[in-house]
Design a protein around this ligand. Structure first.
Ligand code: NDP
Ligand code: GDR
Length: 361
């Protein structure tokens, strides 16, 4: 039985990856941050009481900013594979917290790689780094491949650029099995609520049920290559099963704008959006009701924006036989259906006189 250690196990990808690896018979260990309230929602269905026999899913308290903690956990687990998914992963927030983002997203990666080296595990432990299409930032060519030059456009992307190269450097310097998955945006029903896709599906579901009257978005023209997290974690595992470590672009090769995402998600709820006006004055009007349900708010603009990203996953297809199985339309539908269920729950809760969770950003 193989042992895997996942940093960021409580996040979107961590949860899907943990489930996937448990399904493959792995012993899975995850890093969990101490928080003042429970933060394990996404992995609660995998939780095993530590008093049970044959526990295959174990959580350890820790943080990417704490190297002694990482060294101790990795020494204890002696993992065959480490998936470094932990990060302050919100691009807009990285402009607010650039130093913390660099500490966790750049130095955090170094700390894990150094732990492997200090413990003499270079020959045993394979390392996966969650790299990102944000590295391409102000894009130099379209579509982007493994060879496209980087041009990061945020503190988040700059921190991830360091991690990309330190991963390559440790591979070359110490002969470690270390590789970068350059993943384009991937979403799911458990995507963080403040990323644009989830913000949209959640808001539309609530608007549909009358729990909310409208939503505020930023750059509606931004284009992204959106895939499903479930497809992408499989790829993370595949990358560690090769003879030699290499870096791969993981994308669908299809691009949509934020505006189109709103439109397609709304159609799932039998709503039709008509766009009127331009720039900050642009609004999305729901045709049947005539109500304005989308506004633009400059607070969601970024100081430097990544306008367009489109990946070419040809190398992953050729070398790993990987193709995404879930289409964009299926992804949107799955997210809308899940958020409608949550909105229905909130509706019941508020009808009973209790306050439903109601936080927007
Ligand atoms: P999430 O934001 O959903 O999850 C991030 C995880 O990292 C959470 O478990 C979070 O813990 C944890 N974390 C954050 N800071 C620290 C820290 N200092 N120490 C330990 N743990 C920490 O991200 P995703 O699952 O969407 O993404 C996974 C990784 O892939 C990230 O590195 C992200 O940057 C990268 N990526 C994501 C893409 C996407 O489209 N989803 C595309 C390309 C790359 P907590 O739950 O306590 O907050
Ligand atoms: P991104 O994802 O920045 O690509 O990073 P996000 O969903 O936050 O933004 C995508 C695009 O939508 C525009 N946008 C808005 N974004 C947010 N969050 N909120 C809004 O209201 C809004 N309106 C428009 C953004 O400006 C942007 O252009 C994600 C993260 O998962 C990273 O960790 C990962 O590395 C990249 O994807 C690939």
């Amino acid at each position: 039985m193989k042992t895997a250690f996942i940093t960021g196990v409580t996040g979107q990808d961590g949860a899907y990856l943990a489930e996937f690896l448990l399904g493959k018979g792995y012993d899975v260990h995850g890093l969990k941050r101490r928080a003042s309230s429970f933060n394990t929602d996404r992995v609660d269905h995998l939780y095993q009481d530590p008093h049970e026999e044959d526990v295959r899913f174990t959580l350890h308290y820790g943080d990417l900013t704490d190297s002694t903690n990482l060294i101790r956990i990795i020494q204890e687990i002696q993992p065959d594979e480490i998936y470094n998914l932990a990060a302050q992963s919100h691009v807009a927030v990285s402009f607010e917290t650039p130093e913390y983002t660099a500490n966790s997203d750049a130095l955090g990666t170094l700390r894990v790689l150094e732990a492997i080296r200090i413990l003499g595990l270079e020959g045993k432990t394979k390392f996966y780094q969650a790299s990102t299409s944000e590295l391409f930032g102000k894009v130099q060519e379209t579509p982007q491949t493994e060879k496209t030059p980087f041009y990061p456009r945020s503190p988040y992307a700059c921190a991830k650029l360091y991690s990309y190269w330190i991963c390559v450097n440790y591979r070359e310097a110490y002969n470690m099995y270390a590789c970068n998955g350059i993943l384009f945006n991937h979403e799911s029903p458990v995507r963080g609520e403040t990323f644009v896709t989830r913000k949209i599906t959640r808001a539309l579901a609530r608007i549909k049920l009358g729990l909310q009257k409208d939503m505020y978005l930023g750059n509606l023209s931004a284009k992204r290559d959106w895939g499903h997290a479930k497809d992408y974690v499989k790829m993370q595992w595949l990358m560690l099963q090769q003879e030699t470590p290499e870096d791969f672009v993981i994308a669908t090769g299809v691009q949509h704008s934020v505006r189109e995402f709103v439109q397609i998600a709304a159609e799932q709820l039998d709503m039709q959006i008509e766009w009127r006006g331009e720039g900050l004055q642009e609004i999305g009007v729901e045709k049947n009701s005539g109500k304005t349900i989308v506004h633009v708010d400059s607070r969601y603009f970024r100081p430097t924006e990544v306008e367009t990203l489109l990946g070419n996953p040809a190398k992953a297809k050729e070398k790993l036989g990987w193709v995404p199985e879930i289409t964009f339309e299926q992804l949107v539908q799955e997210m809308v259906v899940a958020d409608l269920k949550l909105a229905e729950r909130d509706q019941i809760v508020s009808k009973k006189g209790y306050k439903a969770y109601n936080y927007f950003e």
